[in-house]
Design a protein around this ligand. Structure first.
Ligand SMILES: *Cc1c(COP(=O)(O)O)cnc(C)c1O
Length: 384
């Protein structure tokens, strides 16, 4: 059994994907070929934003979004400590400092209540645990909300709080792409949305890739410039610092085919999640994922909580013994990572994230998981 099965999907799409790749090899426009623009058009339509700017990875999407809004040295960006390293890494990479705000246990996403309280306190000169990253509220320029495990963060609340403090909201939809809140798609829930096409993400390519979504002509122009070394109107005119941030034409050719079946795959993921929840929600000591009303998860991961670390380890080792691949996302909150030790946060500063990191574990999740496999996985968990 595989944690994420990419082979079944390839078998299904083999003919069209092979033919698309062959087309690219024949026309030879490996960089910014026609497939890239066609994909951007389809993705913008899918998310219902005016622009989609494709790029080299989800991490680069975040870096480019921060650069497009002029976030850099001396600035502070708020985010969650319970996420993949790339979210906070991108903030550091542009020279800014990540300011962590704890999550809600129900959703694993940034807590709007804690976010507002933290910003209010900082505005009142109470820096508390944040004194290592921030000296005044005006240092804070943006919030990166993360759609963890595929469930969109509470965009309405986060956008409202951001407005109060004049902050840009960047949605990290690397895991959330395909999800929605009240029919508004992930990637389009805030000022700017970033996603990843890393193979294991809900919409994955056969290599690295990413995309950025915006309704602003100005931001889209800045992103297109940043994508190619900060070029101006002419190729050899450089107006800002940028990077080599393009999506390969071959990846676009692959993603075009995968996007066609994406909505069907989301339905299959939803069915897998429902089947897991139906079998596991009645087990004592196991908490199944909670999806708030009006929310659609892209089910990047199906993540459960055990009662404590010992219970989680018992389940993990039993599943391993039975040949079931399970994983822990994420075992260490970012404030406890060595790379961020300079921020001055303590190990117990974000209690909810700490507790979550000790209790969570994720089960195999992909559209091609069979009912019989789900049944077997759930039976092993029940045995523990
Ligand atoms: C995967 C991921 C990223 C980074 O995407 P890459 O394409 O691997 O660079 C960023 N944020 C989150 C939450 C992710 O899961």
């Amino acid at each position: 059994m595989q944690f994420i099965d990419l082979k079944s999907q390839y078998v299904l799409l083999k003919e069209s994907i092979d033919s698309n790749i062959r087309n690219v090899l024949e026309h030879g426009q490996y960089i910014m070929g026609p497939e890239v623009f066609e994909l951007e058009k389809n993705l913008a339509e899918y998310v219902s934003t005016k622009h989609c700017v494709s790029c080299s990875s989800g991490t680069d999407a975040l870096v480019m979004a921060l650069l497009a809004y002029g976030v850099g040295e001396g600035d502070v960006v708020v985010t969650t400590p319970f996420t993949f390293i790339a979210t906070a890494e991108a903030i550091k990479f542009v020279g800014a400092e990540p300011l962590f705000v704890d999550i809600d246990m129900d959703t694993f996403n940034l807590s709007p209540t804690t976010l507002e309280r933290t910003l209010d306190e900082i505005a009142n000169g109470k820096l508390g645990i944040h004194s290592g990253v921030c000296s005044q509220v005006s240092d804070i320029k943006a919030i990166i909300s993360v759609d963890l495990f595929g469930l969109p963060a509470d965009a309405a609340a986060i956008n409202r709080i951001a407005k109060k403090y004049n902050l840009t909201v960047i949605e990290d939809a690397a895991q959330g792409f395909g999800g929605a809140i009240n029919s508004v798609k992930s990637g389009g829930l805030s000022d700017i949305g970033c996603t990843s096409f890393f193979p294991a993400k809900p919409l994955g390519g056969y290599g690295d890739g990413g995309a950025i979504f915006t309704n602003s002509d100005e931001v889209a122009d800045a992103l297109k410039s940043i994508r190619v070394h900060g070029q101006g109107s002419d190729k050899y005119q450089n107006v800002r610092l940028g990077l080599t941030g393009r999506l390969d034409t071959i990846q676009a050719a692959v993603l075009l085919e995968k996007l066609r079946i994406f909505d069907g795959e989301l339905v299959k993921r939803q069915n897998v999640a429902e089947s897991y929840t139906q079998r596991l929600s009645t087990l004592a000591g196991i908490e199944t994922p909670r999806i708030p009303d009006g929310y659609v998860s892209a089910w990047a991961q199906y993540t459960l909580m055990a009662t404590d670390e010992e219970h989680r380890n018992k389940i993990m080792s039993y599943l391993k013994e039975k040949g079931i691949p399970a994983a822990i996302y994420y075992p260490i909150p970012l404030n406890e990572q060595k790379v961020f030790s300079g921020l001055g946060y303590g190990a117990s500063d974000f209690q909810v994230s700490s507790r979550a990191s000790r209790r969570v574990f994720s089960l195999p999740m992909h559209p091609y998981l069979k009912e019989q496999e789900i049944e077997e996985i759930c039976k092993f968990i029940e045995e523990v």
